[in-house]
Ligand binder design. Structure first.
Ligand code: UD1
Ligand code: UDP
Length: 381
């Protein structure tokens, strides 16, 4: 029996890992030791609770106001003893957070093969998103098996000299998580959201948290939201706000007291996907939301200067608009009032996955460890 250790620490990693953890636990060939760093706390536990994941190990590293170096060093130190004790045959990391890269480096230093989910995303700008573009490039250098979500991400890896035999195109497992969750139409714990769902009012769903947007850009987002509420009194803006106090301080003062802005705590994943399914327009700087919303046919305005997820931009469902206050207002208003433009963007497309990403990932891991064979790759998009 070979031991595989999935390691994750933040909300998006947990969501994308959840289907893979479930598939690993079904494998007859593998023992799964789930390890969380606790880079996030409430937002991580929320996901694990929903998917019924009880970590075997929890490094519990979160510190408020944590620095990137702090996350990196606490993760690496915490894993050192654990690797000696559990002796994993492979470590599984997801995406581009500092948890992910720290765990990959720690495993590499220990001589443990690294399997990287969501490998090969590239914005082409080392400083945006920061530090994620650098994190994922560093992880690629020390990865043994690259689980690329799409053919575009595979091409990025090949262009950097990664051996084609070490790459498997799996589809993004966020689509597995989304498809397993969204149809359940789970109840909202916040009665205001239940009323919104019943009332059919036009809805703009907003999320923001990117480090490179914190400060002036994020204050501009707050001001843009305030001006949109004044110009569009029939619209409801829903803002499930990140736990990061820096984000809250930048955005919330601008929308405080506005009757058509509904601010919530981070929503449990089931509630968030239901909200996504009833929203008309999505305004975000999130990576995962850029992948989920197109699958539900929702137009997405991305508040960033670039994206490492060009597939839905090419499909016409996502528009990258930057963080300029006036541009944000202009693009939201245009989507609300220009029906041709709206229906051009409101296409349900699935360039990121087909719901079988976890099965492909586990089959590829079994092959790496010599106890199975790969299955046909994801070709959609
Ligand atoms: C991190 C990831 C980013 C990912 C994002 C997902 C890095 C460098 N950044 O963002 O790639 O897109 O998570 O949301 O790995 N906090 C809590 N409770 C929580 C979560 C956060 O209190 O459950 C607060 C803490 O005060 C913490 C702050 O939020 O210091 C920021 O958390 P952190 O993980 O450092 O956020 P980001 O780096 O912005
Ligand atoms: N999400 C959630 N509740 C919320 C906001 C987002 O469950 O209140 C989910 C969302 O569906 C997506 C993921 O969190 O799957 C994205 O996480 P985040 O934006 O924090 O990180 P990123 O994807 O940008 O790394």
């Amino acid at each position: 029996m070979y031991t595989v250790m999935p390691i994750f620490g933040t909300r998006p990693e947990a969501i994308k890992m959840a289907p893979v953890v479930a598939a690993l636990e079904e494998s007859q060939q593998l023992r799964t030791v789930v390890t969380v760093t606790g880079q996030h706390r409430e937002m991580l536990d929320q996901v694990n609770d929903l998917f019924g994941i009880t970590p075997d190990h929890d490094l519990n590293i979160l510190q408020h106001g944590q620095t990137l170096s702090g996350i990196m060093t606490r993760t690496m130190e915490g894993l050192e003893n654990l690797f000696s004790h559990e002796k994993p045959d492979a470590v599984l990391v997801q995406g581009d957070t500092t948890t992910s890269t720290a765990a990959a480096i720690a495993a590499f230093y220990h001589g443990i093969p690294v399997v990287h989910m969501e490998a090969g995303l590239r914005s082409g700008d080392l400083l945006s998103p920061f530090p994620e573009e650098a994190n994922r490039k560093m992880t690629s250098q020390i990865t043994r098996l690259h689980l690329a979500p799409t053919s575009t991400s595979r091409a990025n890896l090949l262009a950097e000299g990664i051996n084609s035999a070490d790459i498997v195109v799996t589809g993004n497992t966020v689509i597995d998580a989304l498809l397993a969750t969204v149809d359940k139409q789970l109840p909202f714990t916040d009665h205001r959201l239940e009323e919104l769902a019943a009332g059919g009012r036009r809805t703009l769903l907003v999320t923001t948290h990117r480090r490179e947007n914190q400060g002036d850009a994020m204050r501009g987002v707050g001001r843009a939201l305030a001006r949109i509420t004044d110009a569009e009194p029939d619209l409801m803006i829903v803002l499930p706000v990140h736990r990061n106090p820096v984000v809250r301080e930048a955005v919330l003062p601008w929308v405080d007291g506005k009757p058509n802005v509904l601010v919530t705590e981070p929503l449990a994943y089931g509630e968030f996907t239901r909200l996504l399914s009833i929203a008309d327009v999505v305004l975000t700087d999130s990576g995962g939301v850029q992948e989920e919303a197109p699958s539900l046919g929702k137009p997405v305005l991305v508040m960033r200067e670039n994206t490492e997820r060009p597939e839905a931009v090419d499909a016409g469902t996502v528009l990258v608009i930057g963080t300029d206050e006036n541009r944000i207002i202009k693009e939201v208003v245009r989507l609300l009032h220009d029906e041709v433009h709206f229906s051009g963007m409101a296409n349900a497309v699935n360039p990121y996955g087909d719901g079988k990403g976890a099965a492909r990932s586990v089959a590829a891991i079994e092959e790496l460890l010599g106890v199975g064979t790969r299955i046909a790759e994801f070709t959609g998009g």
